[in-house]
Design a protein around this ligand. Sequence first.
Ligand SMILES: Nc1ncnc2c1ncn2[C@@H]1O[C@H](COP(=O)(O)OP(=O)(O)O)[C@@H](O)[C@H]1O
Ligand SMILES: [Mg+2]
Length: 360
Amino acid sequence: MVSDDEMRVDDNEPINWPTTTKGKGKGKATQHVEPYQDENLPWVEKYRPVTLEDVVSHHDITSTIEKFIEKNRLPHLLFYGPPGTGKTSTILAVARRIYGAEYRKQILELNASDDRGIEVVREQIKNFAETRTLFSKGYKLIILDEADMMTTAAQSALRRVIEQYTKNVRFCIICNYVNKIIPAIQSRCTRFRFSPLPIAEVEKRVDNVIEAEGVKLTAEGKQALLKLSKGDMRRALNVLQACHAAYELTGEAEIYNCTGNPQPADIETIVNSMLQDDFTTSYNMISALKTDRGLALPDLINGAYEYIETINFKPHARIYLLDFLATTEHRLSTGGSEKIQFTALLGAFKHAVELSAKST
Ligand SMILES: Nc1ncnc2c1ncn2[C@@H]1O[C@H](COP(=O)(O)OP(=O)(O)O)[C@@H](O)[C@H]1O
Ligand SMILES: [Mg+2]
């Protein structure tokens, strides 16, 4: 399961790694033998799929690519979809499948942290594509991760390079948003969409990790983890590891703390107060709670949005409120004052209650 020579921490989401892992170490003295298996290795790397079969949920994609490889007819590939769904893992597994354990020498991997202006596309890719390694079979692989961050000019330059080197190079272009890739490149590649992973698949893999690492996680904690991961396996594993390092026993509250999401109970208190209490009481209570728990208004809006789904509102009141939540979120993202937006939101809740009480 453990990948061999991978020590890439490329596109991981920022996460607050707890600095103490005291008492969690297995105390193994094998570091010099297996340098990358120490406990500090992020689990997303440690449990990265090694073979194409290890990639969960995208069997249609992996089996298609497997057929391409068997027939020695690998086209240029374009992988797109939300983060943490296995795009990078899949192409690395493909590389390992084609070139074996020494695959690193046959591939060139560029991602957004590298400089990828037109110069790089022209020079680096060209250099790599032109050098022929002895005994190499067929083609080399160039992986352009996070290609949607490339400028249009660089993408246009890339188009020419793709054409020029099709004979001995295959490209794999990876991005989150396919519409940011210029059509000329899209049409030269076979496209595969990586959809968010089904909760059941995330759960299976998380279960394996929980067992392998001896994580103490309650049933509610696991439900919260799966819900918050939203089909992003990287997020699920990162949160799990952070919780494991920080807490002896991880429950629902710990998961929410680790992700910085407000606790459902807090959201419930806040929304109920907005609906029922008078303005001043509600304002003071929520302000105090916000300070106490370190909640920001956007988090609160996200939580409230989900909770409102479960409240019985007349349709027009619900629509009004959802619209207001959306507007507030937008205003906040463009620099609106948190305090003013918060009072406006409170007012909107009051208005929604009145709307809902009316017959039509
Ligand atoms: N389909 C999948 N099957 C198994 N593990 C996955 C899958 N998708 C993501 N992961 C896990 O999440 C981590 C990040 O996956 P990655 O392939 O880098 O995602 P992406 O490139 O799509 O953002 C991997 O190290 C792996 O542990
Ligand atoms: Mg990736």
